[in-house]
Write a protein that binds this ligand. Structure first.
Ligand code: SF4
Length: 437
C-alpha cells in the first residue's frame, strides 16, 4: 500500500478529526493523494448536520463502486457522524456492500486497529459504540492548517436544540483536563504555530463535568499565559452561557482575539423557543451590548437560519431587523433543512421550499449590505495580519487580522506564518486588499 485519500464533510470539528485520521494513516507509511484511482485506502469522514452534506457523502461513496470492483484490494472506510446516527450504518452497508470499515465519532481511536484487522484478515468491520463515550484524543495528528492549529477542549453537547443532530451522534459533554490542553497548546506554540483555536460544540460548558470543576474563562486564562507570540481563538459559543467573566477574560488577555462567534439562529423569540435555544431576542441583544461595552471593537459573527418549522413572516422579519440592528462582522446564513432523528423533523408547519428560498435571498442581501459598510471602515487603517496562505488563483497572500477579517496583499517573499502590518487600500465587502508597510 502506498497512498490514502481522505474526504471531509462539515465543520472545523470534522476537519480536525480528519487531521487525526491522516495521522493514523501515515503510521501505515501511506502518502496522501487526491486521486481515487491510485489510493489504496479511501476514508470518508462524514457530516450529518445538513442534508446536503449527507447527500454528497452518499453520492461520493456510490461513485467508488466501479473502482472497487476493478480493485477489490482498495479499502473503503466510512466514519464520522453519518454512521453514528441510528440505523445509518446498516443503511450504508445495504446500499454499498463494498465498504470495508464503518466507524463512528466515538471510536475514531479504534480506526488504526480496525485497519490492521482488515489488512490481516480481509474481513469487513463495523464498530459503532454509542454507549462508550470515548474522546478521540491521544492519536497522532497530521496537521494541515499551518500556521493555525485546532485543539479540542471538549466533545459532545447537552443542549438538544430541536434542529440539531449533534447530541445524538456525538453524545454528552466530556471535557479534557486543562493540563492536557495547556500542554498540547504549549507544544504547538513551541513548534511554530501562531494561531490556536480551542474547539468544542459549546465551549462555554467546558469543565462542568470535571472534578474539580473548571470554567472556560479560567481555561482561556491558563492557555493565554503560555509564552510566545500567538493568537488564541475559540468556538463555538452558546449565547445562553456567554457571561461577563468571558468578556472580561477576552478584554484582559492580549493573546485572546477580540472576536467571538455568537450564533443567534433566529431573531424571533417565538422561534428561539421552538428551537429550544433557551434565550430570548432581548436576552441575546443584552449580551451583545455587554460584549461590545466590555471589549472595545470586538468582532461578532453569527449563524442564522430561515425557514424553521412554523416560522411566520413576522418571525422572519424579526431576523431581518436583528441583522440590521446588530450589524454582524460576518454571518453564516442558511436554510433550515430537515434532519431525521431531531425533534424539529416531526414538528408541524414545515415552511414551503419556495418561501425558504425567498427568505434566504432577502437575508443574504441585508448581510451583504452590512459587510460592505463595515469593510469601508477598514479603508486607510493599518492592521496586524497573520499570513495564512498564498492563493494561486488570485496571486495574493491571504491572512486575517485579530477580528478575523480576511485581507489580501502581495509579497515577493514567502511570508506564510508571519505577522505583518498591512495598510488597507481597497475594501468592497468580503474582499479587503492592502499593502504591507
Ligand atoms: S448547542 Fe445546539 S446547535 Fe450547538 S451542537 Fe449543541 S444541540 Fe447542536
Amino acid at each position: 500500500m502506498k497512498y490514502y485519500k481522505i474526504v471531509t464533510y462539515g465543520c472545523q470539528m470534522n476537519e480536525h478529526e480528519s487531521e487525526k485520521l491522516c495521522g493514523i494513516l501515515e503510521k501505515f507509511n501511506l502518502t496522501k493523494t487526491d486521486d481515487d484511482a491510485i489510493a489504496d485506502v479511501i476514508v470518508f469522514n462524514t457530516c450529518t448536520i445538513r442534508e446536503n452534506a449527507e447527500r454528497r457523502a452518499y453520492g461520493n461513496i456510490g461513485a467508488l463502486k466501479k473502482l472497487k470492483k476493478q480493485n477489490p484490494e482498495k479499502i473503503v472506510a466510512v466514519g464520522g457522524c453519518l454512521p453514528q446516527q441510528s440505523g445509518k450504518a446498516d443503511d450504508l452497508k445495504a446500499k454499498f456492500p463494498f465498504i470495508d470499515i464503518i466507524f463512528g465519532t466515538h471510536n475514531l481511536t479504534e480506526f488504526e486497529n480496525m485497519l490492521n484487522r482488515r489488512l490481516e484478515s480481509g474481513k469487513k468491520f463495523i464498530d459503532i459504540s454509542l454507549d462508550e463515550y470515548k474522546m478521540p484524543i491521544d492519536v497522532p495528528v497530521k496537521r494541515s492548517t499551518y500556521p493555525n492549529a485546532y485543539v479540542n477542549v471538549m466533545f459532545g453537547c447537552n443542549n438538544f436544540c430541536t434542529y440539531c443532530i449533534v447530541p445524538y451522534v456525538r453524545g454528552r459533554e466530556r471535557s479534557r483536563k486543562p493540563e492536557d490542553i495547556v500542554s498540547e497548546v504549549k507544544s504547538l506554540v513551541e513548534s511554530g504555530y501562531k494561531e490556536i483555536t480551542l474547539l468544542g460544540q459549546n465551549v462555554d460548558s467546558y469543565g462542568k463535568d470535571l472534578s474539580p470543576k473548571v470554567d472556560f474563562s479560567s481555561l482561556l486564562e491558563q492557555v493565554a499565559k503560555i509564552d510566545g507570540k500567538f493568537r488564541l481563538r475559540f468556538m463555538s459559543n452558546h449565547p445562553k452561557d456567554v457571561n461577563q467573566k468571558l468578556a472580561d477574560t477576552i478584554k484582559n488577555n492580549d493573546k485572546i482575539c477580540n472576536s467571538i462567534h455568537f450564533p443567534v439562529q433566529s431573531g424571533s423569540t417565538r422561534v428561539l423557543a421552538l428551537m429550544n435555544r433557551r434565550y430570548t431576542r432581548e436576552d441575546y441583544l443584552k449580551k451583545i451590548k455587554m460584549l461590545r461595552k466590555t471589549v472595545k471593537d470586538i468582532a461578532i459573527t453569527t449563524d442564522i437560519m430561515v425557514g424553521f418549522p412554523m416560522e411566520t413572516e413576522k418571525d422572519f422579519k424579526d431576523s431581518l431587523t436583528l441583522l440590521k440592528k446588530v450589524k454582524y462582522d460576518g454571518a453564516f446564513t442558511f436554510v433550515y433543512s430537515k434532519r431525521s432523528g431531531t425533534k424539529a423533523y416531526s414538528m408541524d408547519g414545515h415552511v414551503p421550499e419556495d418561501t425558504k428560498k425567498q427568505r434566504i435571498v432577502k437575508l443574504v442581501a441585508i448581510q451583504n449590505n452590512v459587510n460592505k459598510k463595515l469593510a469601508k471602515k477598514y479603508l486607510g487603517k493599518t492592521v496586524e495580519v497573520l499570513v495564512d496562505e498564498f492563493n494561486t488563483d488570485c496571486g495574493y497572500y491571504m491572512g486575517r487580522d485579530e477580528r478575523g477579517k480576511a485581507i489580501h496583499f502581495s509579497s515577493n517573499e514567502n511570508i506564510v506564518g508571519q505577522f505583518v502590518n498591512v495598510k488597507i487600500t481597497k475594501a468592497n465587502g468580503i474582499s479587503i486588499y492592502g499593502e504591507i508597510v
